[in-house]
Ligand binder design. Sequence first.
Ligand SMILES: Cc1ncc(COP(=O)(O)O)c(C=O)c1O
Length: 392
Amino acid sequence: MQQLEATIAIENEFQIPLYRKRDIALVRGEGVHLWDADGRRYLDMMSNYGVAILGHTHPDVTAAVVEQAQTLISCHQSFYNDARARFIEALERLLPDGLRRISFANSGAEAVEAALKYARAATGRQRIVSTRRGYHGRTMGALSVTGEQKHRGPFEPLIPGIDQVAYGDLEGLETTLSDAAALIVEPVQGESGVRVASVDYMRGLRRLCDETGALLILDEVQTAFRTGRTWAWEHSGARPDMMTLSKPLANGLPIGVTIVSDTVGEKIPPGSHGTTFGGNPLVCAAGVATLSAVSAPEFNRHVAHVGSVFLERLRAISHPLIREVRGAGLMVAVELKRNVSPVLQRMQQDGVLAIPAGSTAVRFLPPLIVEEDHVRAAGDALERALHAVSES
Ligand SMILES: Cc1ncc(COP(=O)(O)O)c(C=O)c1O
């Protein structure tokens, strides 16, 4: 207990208050469970915002990290490295022909930054088009293509030459895209509430980008491996010119990757981008172990199946506070007619951790190894929380 109080006091006193803190300290994890400082166990239905996809302390990831830590932790990208090459090889096996040139970053926002720079360098154009309610990160470039004013406001003016369009709407897009370097879009908008793009919309985006010469950047930082296909764009076949990846690639270690088509890759000047920590052997070793699990033939089927069981369970909840249940695979949200915080707090007291999306949606991004029983239990906890909140 004393330890918990010290933890809370130190973080509160010295961290800039950028996050609204939940009132527990998470100190241990195993599989789909997390433990707090008081020894209470929680069912993890958020995987720390979509990163621990194989669950916590996965034995293969832990073994790979320990072994690599005892061998070589850092290696600048101006030198070759075996762990990095193995990661690239494992990732390349998951990519289609012609979309296989990669660069490393350390976060989702950084992967997006690189994509925006490459779009300008490869096309010689400047304007970037993004979608309202889209989320791409908090660095200046990524923030400039992020939709929500609450994130942008304190830091304006952001970079010029960004046009925002409605998500899901192709009307008038051809004109907006003409002369644009790129369109950046999430196949499922995550942070703003798990809004799934339709197949027609995604195909329309591909067609309009082809017609206008704008590059299609798909931000799969949150969607990769999570929707029942390796990449969310596979549901529509709308293959991007660039793809940004991050959260799940190394099961929780910080990594970002920007993938570009061979054609785009040829136009990026050598030496024009870089980062000190990118592609470091420690993270790459964790990435190899993660990608090996993700590549198993039954992996996507499992995600799709448990995801559909979960959606069915959530849709069976009949409660006046529910506006809509949305999702793809194991990326699921329940939109409420009220602020979501008390509901999340109740679920937490009940031993289930979920996160918000926007201010009114309960979002579930569980480890992708969850089983039917886990998602049913999460549905039960949400139902109890809704009843408790509406009675209080
Ligand atoms: C789609 C998408 N892009 C980019 C980011 C930014 O990633 P990071 O927080 O690692 O900078 C996020 C984070 O939630 C995201 O969901």
